[in-house]
Ligand binder design. Structure first.
Ligand code: AMP
Ligand code: ZN
Length: 113
C-alpha cells in the first residue's frame, strides 16, 4: 500500500521512534510545530477518524495509553500537552493514515481559528 506511515511501520522508511508496542507506534514529527511534536499512530492502516469502526476502538485507547507514555518520555506530562487529530480536508489532514499529534514543550495557542 502506498502509505507513508505504513512504510514507517514496516521499516522501509526511517522515523525517529519514541515508543512502540504491538499495536501502536510513536515518532517525532518531521516538521515540528512545537518544541515537542510527536505523532502516535496505530500500526493498522485506518485512513481517518471517520473510518474508525467499532472493532478498532481498542486501538484508540491504545493510542491514549501510548500518549501518556510518550508525554512522560518527552518530559511534558506535568507541564501539559495537546493530543490532536485532524480528520479530512477542512481540518488540514494531509497523511491519510490516522494519527494523533502530541504537542507541548511551550504554551500552545488557543484553538480559535
Ligand atoms: P496532518 O496534517 O494531521 O495529516 O499531519 C501530518 C503530519 O505528518 C505533519 O505534521 C507532517 O510534518 C508529518 N509527517 C509527514 N511525513 C512524515 C515523516 N516521514 N516522518 C515524520 N512525520 C511526517
Ligand atoms: Zn497506512
Amino acid at each position: 500500500m502506498d502509505c507513508i506511515f505504513c512504510k514507517i511501520v514496516e521499516g522501509s522508511i526511517p522515523a525517529n521512534k519514541i515508543y512502540e508496542d504491538d499495536t501502536v507506534l510513536a515518532f517525532h514529527d518531521i516538521q515540528p510545530a512545537a518544541p515537542v511534536h510527536a505523532l502516535i499512530i496505530p500500526k493498522k492502516h485506518i485512513a481517518a477518524m471517520k473510518d474508525v469502526r467499532e472493532e478498532d476502538l481498542p486501538l484508540i485507547a491504545d493510542i491514549h495509553r501510548a500518549a501518556q507514555k510518550v508525554a512522560k518520555e518527552l518530559g511534558v506530562d506535568e507541564s501539559g500537552y495537546r493530543l490532536l487529530n485532524n480528520c479530512g480536508k477542512n481540518a488540514g489532514q494531509v497523511v491519510f493514515h490516522i494519527h494523533y499529534h502530541l504537542l507541548g514543550g511551550a504554551k500552545l495557542g488557543p484553538l480559535n481559528h
